[in-house]
Design a protein around this ligand. Structure first.
Ligand code: PRX
Length: 631
């Protein structure tokens, strides 16, 4: 399944376009199926209706665990590095992980979970998080992991949308020198979640928490009541594996749905190829399992390939900015997969934190989540890779399941700040505003896909029409990514950023409408408009223009009130970096906010604001500039 040379890449790519079904069947043959498929693919981007490996039966955990036991049972599956470097590392071999997953799957069954039930997981980055995810998959339950930074209200919305029956959480989480009271947040969320009948609570930080009789049970106690045998549930390839909520250009996050067979094949294939994973190597993906990167490249991709996946509880700057390099040295990490925001943040500490750390085990470096600027690319290349570890800049999305456009380490060339070439099986096209395909090289346009791949989302949970509208209606017969893209003279792709109202803050997707809704919930706010602006470390920052006629004479306190409101409604990750109180917003005669103008102002542009004649009240712009001048 691994491509070994550029010539092979070219040949395989060609085959993947000319005979996609044969190509993907060949890849899928590398996995364990209880029954093979009747049909590789049926698809239609209109509805959309996409099915891969129809008729096939499998369980993804048999691919991620059972099939490795005989030969590699003692090999480390997960190496866990704690937040506190003084604490012990935990290593789970495939055998041990398998046993833990089976046991916890039995806990879920004991608590009434059945095939198809939705389970919310809100946990710290501890091994039990991976165990919980896999335990759901073992028994055919659908997991919906929610990142630890979301607020009670955001969690409640997600739980209710998916009608989750059970929640898996912990007392608290460690993050650098902070503790997050996860169970308190869940308790607040559950006030408004009638479908949740049970909560399983892991002991982690040993902070006092409330445990409600009849609803809440301890993870540790439950384990004592079950056995370690749990046969894997036989699933259809197109059964749902998980839901993962992500932001878009409307106010409400959508539950991206991935199904078992295609997602497994796609994450395994992309993992093995892009990172050129070799048996025995240690793969360190620094993402949180609360995001798609963690799902695909901490859990499912590496484990389906029998790899060793390093999972880190903490943050890159705790106890200090050398933490990543300590971890690389300590565990002899071979492949490091991180985000440009982390690279830029570590870069700001200079090279001192790197000194004295042996990084010679590193063989491949990866980047994901946002465009990587040239400066960060070169720093990563020179200071971390010492000029001899290829950087795979992997472009993909929650909706694509796995990476799509990326160099293949040691096979295809890299190019600073370019995601470079599509993987075999991926057919990108650039289109203009009218949806006409832009052919040739040295061109820019909106990035679309013209053919399905096994990892593509199947629907948005509970609202298929929304899936159609968001991804398949902008351009007929194409999947629209929402990204702008350049294809250079050599045919290499460079992602230029979102073309919709989505901001990418530290590699996290945040919808402007969502933040506006949250700000507008604050009493006293009349209206707001949120845009992104370039931020040195985060990539993009959040800039909020807020109409708030009466700030009670204390502008700073009012700003903090607004931040608190956003933190309560969405979570701290969506807090605006800048708030400007204004008297009006630039609107067209049809009432649409002209974000183009606000974006320019947020970027620091004050003179060249383009055509403002179509505004209902062009004077608004001068008032905004005057407000800016005052602060
Ligand atoms: O804009 C692109 C950007 O992140 C978006 C997807 O966000 P999300 O679903 O949260 O998934 C992030 C992790 C896969 C994309 O639409 N993006 C992701 N990777 C890159 C990127 N932009 C440029 N280069 C990348 N390598």
């Amino acid at each position: 399944m691994q491509i070994k040379s550029l010539d092979e890449y070219n040949a395989v790519y060609k085959q993947s376009v000319e005979q996609p079904e044969e190509f993907w069947a060949g890849i899928a043959d590398h996995f364990l199926w209880r029954k093979k498929w009747d049909k590789v693919l049926s698809w239609d981007f209109k509805e959309p209706n996409i099915k891969w490996f129809e008729g096939a039966k499998l369980n993804i955990t048999e691919n991620c665990l059972d099939r490795h036991l005989e030969e590699n049972g003692d090999k480390p599956a997960i190496i866990w590095e704690p937040n506190d470097p003084e604490k012990d590392t935990i290593t789970l071999s495939y055998k041990i992980l398998h046993e833990h997953v089976c046991r916890f799957a039995n806990v879920l069954k004991k608590n009434g979970v059945k095939k198809g039930d939705r389970i919310c997981i809100y946990m710290p980055m501890v091994p039990e998080l991976a165990i919980a995810v896999l335990a759901c998959a073992r028994i055919g339950a659908v997991h919906s992991v929610i990142f630890g930074g979301f607020s009670a209200r955001a969690i409640a919305d997600r739980i209710n949308d998916a009608e989750c029956k059970l929640v898996i959480t912990a007392d608290g989480a460690y993050r650098g020198n902070k503790q997050i009271q996860l169970k308190d947040v869940i308790d607040d969320a559950l006030i408004g979640c009638p479908t949740v009948k049970k909560v399983v609570v892991l002991t982690n930080t040993r902070t006092p928490i409330s445990m409600i009789k009849g609803r809440d049970v301890w993870w540790e106690d439950e384990l004592k009541l079950v056995g370690s045998e749990c046969p894997a549930e036989e699933m259809d390839a197109e059964d749902m594996l998980f839901i993962l909520y992500t932001s878009g250009s409307t106010g409400k996050p959508k539950g991206v749905v991935h199904t078992i067979g295609g997602y497994m094949v796609y994450t395994g294939y992309t993992f093995a190829n892009a990172f050129n994973y070799q048996p025995g190597e240690v793969f360190f993906c620094t993402a949180d399992i609360g995001w798609i990167t963690g799902h695909s490249y901490i859990v499912y991709g590496p484990l389906s390939q029998g790899a060793t996946s390093l999972m880190f509880e903490g943050i890159p700057t705790y106890p200090d900015a050398s933490r990543f390099w300590q971890i690389v040295e300590k565990h002899k990490v071979n492949i490091l997969y991180t985000a440009p925001t982390a690279i830029r943040s570590l870069m700001s500490f200079g090279t001192e934190p790197i000194k004295g750390h042996d990084l010679s085990s590193l063989r491949v470096l990866g980047s994901v989540g946002e465009p990587i600027n040239e400066e960060a690319w070169h720093w990563y290349d020179e200071e971390i890779g010492k000029g001899n570890s290829p950087i795979v800049d992997t472009w993909w999305q929650t909706e694509t399941g796995g990476l799509m456009i990326s160099p293949i380490a040691y096979v295809t060339p890299t190019k600073p700040s370019y995601a470079t070439l599509p993987l075999p099986g991926v057919q990108p096209v650039l289109v203009d505003e009218e949806g006409r395909e832009i052919l040739g090289n040295g061109v820019s346009g909106n990035l679309c896909m013209k053919f399905p791949w096994p990892g593509i989302l199947r629907t948005t949970y509970g609202d298929h029409e929304r899936c159609r509208q968001t991804y398949f209606s902008t351009y007929p017969n194409l999947y629209f990514t929402g990204d702008g893209c350049l294809r250079d003279e050599d045919g290499y792709y460079k992602i230029t950023g979102r073309v919709d109202d989505v901001i990418n803050v530290s590699g996290h997707r945040i919808g402007t409408a969502e933040v506006e809704n949250a700000i507008n919930m604050h009493t006293g706010v009349v209206e707001s408009a949120v845009v992104g602006y370039p931020h040195d470390v985060k990539g993009q920052g959040i800039y909020a223009f807020v109409i708030y006629p009466n700030t009670h004479g204390d502008v700073e306190l009012t700003k903090m009130d607004i931040l608190k409101t956003v933190t309560r409604v969405i979570g701290a990750i969506a807090k605006p970096d800048k708030i400007l109180f204004v008297t009006g917003l630039p609107k067209t005669r049809s009432g649409k906010i002209m974000r183009r103008i606000l974006r320019k102002i947020a970027e620091g542009e004050t003179t060249n604001l383009g055509d403002t004649t179509t505004l209902t009240d062009p004077a608004v712009v001068d008032e905004i500039l005057a407000a800016l001048q005052k602060v």
